[in-house]
Design a protein around this ligand. Sequence first.
Ligand SMILES: [Zn+2]
Length: 375
Amino acid sequence: MINRIPLGEPTGPNVASRGFRPRDGRQQNLALVIQALYDNPGLSRADLARLTGLTRVTISDIVAELLADGLLVETGASDKVRPGKRATKLQVAADSRAILAVDISGETTLVGAVYSLGGEVLHRSSRPLSKSDAALSELRGLLGELVAAAESPILGVGIGTPGTVEGSVVTAANLDWHFLDLAKSLAAVTHAPIEVENDANVAALAERRFAGGEDDLIRIQISRGVGSGLLLGGVAITGSSGAAGEIGHVVIEHNGTPCSCGKRGCLETWISVPALSGRIESDPDGREETLAEAGRRLGMALSPIIGMLDLVDVVVGGPAELVAGPFLEAAQDLVRERIGIESRRPVQLRQSTLGDDAVLLGAAALVLRNQLGVY
Ligand SMILES: [Zn+2]
């Protein structure tokens, strides 16, 4: 029965869409039911019919199939009082499948975890990360460990990687990976579907799925460089060359500090962790003002994007001692000042609550999306 999953298939390179491109209406209906129960555990078959607009007969049929697959469980009688037979509550069986997630975005450490369908960590592991072929073999080793640790059938493997991703082909200069087909390279380790996506994009998925983010959301990650992931209507935008969200090398200062990319005055020369820490170290007394100025630089880069796309939810990940406080406040003030109009909801810039796990959780969210249609 298990082999009937996956329900969807990965989409083309341009839009890492909801991932679920139904081959027929039935698959779409399966996804509708799973999504409804994922978001609202305890619904009855009648509730599902009302919520999805599908007929009672169709719902009964789909629920029977998902119960047989073990993806759903019945959890007793509904509390709602209705004439006739008491309805049975249903929910997604969180432990019925394992999701394996890997985060390759760390500078020197590879992190992996086994998650339940509900996003609960069941096993966690990390190991040193090198470059090139060595990195690939370390990744194989970690994935092998996760496969062995999974106690339920594996729904899929999600990988958040730096660099550009087209399908499962990764080009990441810092890992010395050039047009490396990751799914193919890892196929010997597991038969489960392998989903690969840029680290910043999966982190944005994690904010929405596991941290209450909006359907339209931008997530900035401040680390050694600066990256961002963009969701519009819940769909991750990857761009025409897989490089959407590469905001770090947008110039925000004419004739500014030279950048590693060859230009001058890129956003990274102000707000990457090394750049910002360096500016603070050179003037410890002016720390607050330096952070505020860096925040305003981020605001300058973001304002046209936020204004044009009518975004209100902007999440910033990175070290709390830099991000929280004057940096975020100044960025938010500047954005509001530049784009505010009466009819618009005010923009909120907020610190991510996911800490170091944003990419890992996002890799899990990628699998949920692509394999179950839960986005
Ligand atoms: Zn640059």
